[in-house]
Design a protein around this ligand. Structure first.
Ligand code: FES
Length: 156
């Protein structure tokens, strides 16, 4: 079975569930798509939305929000907390350091496309902030120096 046939099968299966547009169902579908293709490509998101009767913007948002999902086959994902409490502890400095260091483009990709950077409003660990998630793992009390160290470790 080629990828297109497998995708069609996934769309059909999740489109037939009792409440296809429910978040759990959509996320399960997106996970399967990612298992198949390595990511949930932007080109597939409209079809996925169609299959479960939701908007493409909903799919895009879910791909952005779930750390385990991604829209391109980058190698690492960094999510910097943009919540108020992290903000009061200089999270913005960490974010601007990462943006500059990685030469992040307007879509969030590093210059070499290996890292995807985004923000999320409150990672629910406010006391430990500023926080970021690197590939789903929480790193707390971040500073630009610590962020630099994390990037160095990624290259090893
Ligand atoms: S504001 Fe950053 S974890 Fe809550």
């Amino acid at each position: 079975m080629n990828h297109e046939e497998s995708l069609a099968e996934i769309f059909e299966y999740y489109g037939k569930q009792l409440n296809p547009s429910q978040q759990d169902n959509i996320v399960a579908m997106l996970r399967e798509i990612q298992d198949l293709l390595g990511c949930v490509p932007e080109g597939v998101q409209a079809q996925a939305a169609n299959a479960v009767g939701t908007k493409e913007s909903v799919i895009r948002l879910l791909v952005q929000r779930f750390p385990s999902l991604r829209s391109a086959s980058y190698q690492h994902r960094i999510i910097v907390c943009s919540g108020q409490r992290c903000g009061s502890k200089n999270a913005a400095q960490v974010l601007s350091f990462l943006r500059k260091e990685l030469e992040i483009d307007p879509e969030g990709y590093s210059k070499d496309k290996t890292i995807f950077l985004s923000t999320q409003n409150c990672l629910k660990q406010c006391g430990k902030g500023p926080n970021l998630l690197l590939d789903g793992v929480l790193h707390s009390a971040m500073t630009p120096e610590k962020a630099k160290q994390l990037l160095c470790n990624l290259k090893k």
